[in-house]
Design a protein around this ligand. Structure first.
Ligand SMILES: [Zn+2]
Length: 125
């Protein structure tokens, strides 16, 4: 599957609107997931078919891309990281990141350190 996305680099988030995403509405695969070479430094986000926009699936997957981390249990108003995401039709819920997530997302991940927090998405290819 990733071979068909040839041309991706560590400095881009490859976004695919897919016909199927195993295990949920969306999926992010990045360095944290220990992808095989030559894809190991790249980040890919997949959004499934007919996903309700109120679920903020794309924003959640971008969270994975930025902090290079897994989900964890959090209150419902935390959009990412979250084991479960919920409909977001109210202005006062389900839109927040933790302060720790914001710091991790602004961290430059060292090249080759696939499990470190942060990302290399805005670096020069
Ligand atoms: Zn997630």
């Amino acid at each position: 599957m990733l071979a068909s996305l040839a041309g991706a680099t560590h400095s881009t988030l490859e976004l695919v609107f897919s016909g199927h995403t195993p295990g949920g509405y969306g999926l992010c695969l990045g360095p944290f997931d220990n992808l095989p070479a030559p894809f190991s430094e790249n980040t890919y986000a997949f959004i499934g078919p007919r996903v309700d926009a109120n679920l903020r699936t794309l924003a959640h997957e971008i969270g994975h891309a930025l902090d290079n981390g897994p989900d964890s249990p959090n209150p419902l108003y935390i959009l990412y990281p979250a084991d479960d995401t919920y409909s977001d039709t109210s202005v006062n819920r389900s839109r927040r990141l933790t302060p720790q997530t914001i710091v991790r997302s602004r961290t430059l991940r060292p090249a080759g350190n696939l499990t470190a927090t942060g990302n290399r998405l805005l670096t020069t290819p």
